[in-house]
Design a protein around this ligand. Structure first.
Ligand code: SAM
Length: 275
């Protein structure tokens, strides 16, 4: 209710009529602006590297988005394509492990609202929040799309977890049980924070323990957790790391040792509220 009944001395019917009128004005304005944004000569109507299938390839990170030297920055083109397929202008996009703010930069460029947080914010516009200990921020609730790009298990521990005191609680320092429990809880918090029919995208790689196979963590281990919390899996997209991102010395080593380098990366998209 925008106007409390009787507050301005009007009847309940009059309050409801005014409320309907205001909502219609907002909806009309939104429709008009969406139509303008969708004009073909508007640079924001499509991602610059639009992907057609469900195997995505990008040459590297577009430097318009995020911070260049941030460890684990992803290509903003991933976010561009996800927002293109799963959101509309003005939708509220949320990233609770936002790193260098790639998601926010893309959302701004595509006329989406966005609230990004991180345990260790590195620039203005990123809120501070430890999502393993706390819930989503109040400003992140009732969102339309959640983007999750967590630190992969046992990766970048030095950069994220030990850089400074603010990073205490970074999930990159967690052991396997704690790490998986974090995803159990995150899935439950996420489904509460999303609007009905909202989407969630998780960027993740397999953790393959070649010495002890039972210690590996696979994409489906995460998917199970999100399904268990009530999400429906609607898409798996492959977006492999490029072999150029491997150090040449490692490439030689992998060849010599007859081992496979780990370059697979998945983006799993879920939706809330489907049967
Ligand atoms: C892979 S990076 C995200 C990179 C980001 N997508 C970008 O392009 O810059 C993962 C982020 O998760 C954050 N993080 C780790 N544990 C966290 C926690 N408990 N709460 C909030 N953020 C956390 C780290 O600080 C790091 O910035």
């Amino acid at each position: 209710m925008l106007f409390a009944e009787g507050l301005l001395g009007q009847s309940k019917e009059e309050s409801e009529r005014q409320e309907r009128q205001i909502r219609n004005i907002i909806a009309d304005g939104k429709k008009r602006i969406c139509a303008e944004i969708a004009e073909p000569d508007n640079p924001h109507h499509l991602p610059e590297s639009p992907q057609i299938g469900d195997s995505w390839h990008f040459a590297g990170c577009d430097d318009k988005y995020g911070l260049k030297d941030f460890p684990g920055r992803i290509p903003g083109q991933i976010v561009e394509n996800l927002l293109h397929f799963y959101t509309e202008p003005f939708d509220l996009i949320v990233d609770p492990m936002g790193g260098s703010g790639t998601t926010k930069d893309v959302a701004n460029a595509m006329y989406r609202r966005c609230v990004v947080s991180d345990i260790n914010p590195v620039k203005d516009g990123i809120e501070k929040n430890n999502i393993s200990a706390e819930d989503f921020l109040p400003s992140q609730k009732r969102c339309d799309f959640i983007f999750l790009d967590p630190p992969y298990f046992k990766k970048k521990n030095d950069e994220y977890a030990k850089k400074d005191d603010h990073a205490d609680g970074s999930i990159s320092s967690f052991e396997k049980d704690g790490y998986l429990k974090f995803f159990d809880d995150l899935a439950k918090k996420s489904i509460k924070a999303l609007q009905p029919s909202g989407y969630l995208a998780l960027v993740m790689s397999n953790f393959v323990d070649e010495d002890s196979a039972n210690n590996s963590i696979w994409i489906w281990d995460y998917v199970d957790r999100f399904n268990h919390a009530g999400f429906t899996t609607i898409r798996e997209i492959h977006c492999d790391l490029t072999t150029q991102s491997l150090h040449p010395a490692h490439v030689t080593q992998f060849k010599e040792e007859k081992r496979m380098a780990k370059i697979t990366r998945s983006i799993v998209v879920f939706q809330k509220g489907l049967d």
